[in-house]
Design a protein around this ligand. Structure first.
Ligand code: ASP
Length: 379
């Protein structure tokens, strides 16, 4: 046991050193796959990397778009908390999984390297455009996006609505930093690449792979602050699993996505501002007035089936911007019959943070409430 701990500390130290020295665009040599870093783009620290391993050649390519998060986190050796997310580069992440050479040739793109709470709509648009552009490469089988878990579900759902490809787009990350004992990042990355390279994942919409399970972007959510199975889908469940690199798909989403979606972001460089307002006992209705003045739309995280106090009803019923009613409860659906105000639209079973994404896209189309009802039923 002592020997095992020493070994883990040793491996950990090597990764810490790689992480501290790389800064996102270094060349890293491993014995299994030689990794070469090329060009930088002007907007981000983008780097293109191609594994030149002989075994990977001919297996098709998977693009790995790295954005940061805990999977790229570095901290005190062995510890799970108190680390710095977004410290390792895409190349570092790939070097930790030499087994990838048996799955696909990897092309790595460093989109950004941040805590996922610092992801913005501009980052989403950049990733979506990059995927839409790269997907025309006939050798490319699919995409993996490494991402922090805090907002992974939001990026997944946004991409699910706007990417124009049937090729698998798979998000993954980790709950433990690369320097912790039993870090979950390498296995999650390996399994995500296996899914991205699999024909079974074609046409399934954007997916998230985490702890051996495959989730659809619309239902995936974060359910724990620490657990390695934190990325889950509660009521809707996983739609597939991965075992030793083999992909098993069991379900597919009934909702419209990707190539069938009507949303086109090719000409957008920002998204309209939508505020989420959370109801609780005695919540001040003045917050609603502030949100209405400073946003183009509002999502209410109501209690139960999207409810709130009479004081809130008095303010909401007079609002002139779109108001979508979601719930602070994780599971269940909100229907038109649940609505307390006629000028509002039900979020179906979308949580507030995903309802806000659909509302932002709907506002780009100048959707009225009738159109919003259709969109929230369809997506
Ligand atoms: N705060 C981290 C992030 O979202 C958490 C994680 O990745 O697990 O970037």
């Amino acid at each position: 046991m002592k020997k095992f701990v020493q070994m883990v500390m040793c491996v950990t130290l090597v990764f810490s050193l790689i992480g501290c020295s790389s800064g996102g665009d270094s060349s890293t040599d491993t014995s299994k796959a030689s990794v070469k870093t090329e060009a930088k783009s002007s907007t981000t620290k983008s780097s293109k990397t191609t594994t030149s391993s002989d075994t990977a050649k001919g297996k098709g390519k998977v693009a790995v778009l790295a954005t940061g998060g805990t999977i790229a986190g570095v901290g005190e050796a062995g510890k799970t908390a108190g680390y710095k997310p977004g410290s390792l580069s895409a190349d570092d992440l790939l070097s930790a999984v030499p087994e990838l050479k048996d799955v696909a040739e990897i092309e790595a793109v460093q989109v950004c390297n941040v805590n996922s709470d610092d992801i913005t709509a501009e980052t989403w648009l950049e990733i979506a455009k990059k995927i839409n552009e790269m997907s025309s490469d006939p050798d490319l089988k699919g995409f993996v996006i490494t991402h922090g878990t805090d907002t992974m579900e939001e990026t997944a759902y946004f991409l699910n609505l706007v990417v124009k490809t049937d090729k698998p787009v798979v998000l993954t990350g980790s709950m433990r930093p690369s320097t912790s004992i039993s870090a979950d990042g390498p296995m999650n990355l390996y399994e995500a690449v296996c899914v991205a390279a699999s024909d079974k994942a074609v046409g399934q919409g954007v997916l998230t792979v985490f702890s051996d399970r495959i989730f659809s972007a619309r239902s995936v959510t974060k359910t724990s602050t620490y657990d390695v199975t934190a990325i889950s889908a509660e009521e809707m469940g996983a739609i597939g699993i991965v075992r030793d690199g083999a992909v098993y798909m069991y379900e597919s989403t009934a909702k419209t996505h990707t190539t069938k979606s009507e949303f086109d972001v090719s000409k957008l460089d920002k998204l309209p501002k939508v505020s989420i307002v959370y109801f609780s006992v005695d919540a001040d209705p003045e917050i609603l007035k502030y949100a209405a003045k400073n946003s183009e739309g509002i999502v209410i995280a109501g209690a139960g089936a999207g409810e709130f106090s009479e004081k809130w009803v008095e303010v909401i019923k007079d609002l002139k911007i779109p108001v979508v009613i979601s719930s602070r409860i994780d599971d269940g659906v909100i229907t038109k019959a649940n609505l307390l105000c006629d000028n509002t639209v039900a979020a179906d079973n979308l949580p507030p943070q995903k309802a806000a994404i659909l509302l932002r896209l709907a506002i780009t189309q100048k959707a009225d409430n009738a159109k919003l009802e259709q969109l929230f039923a369809e997506y």
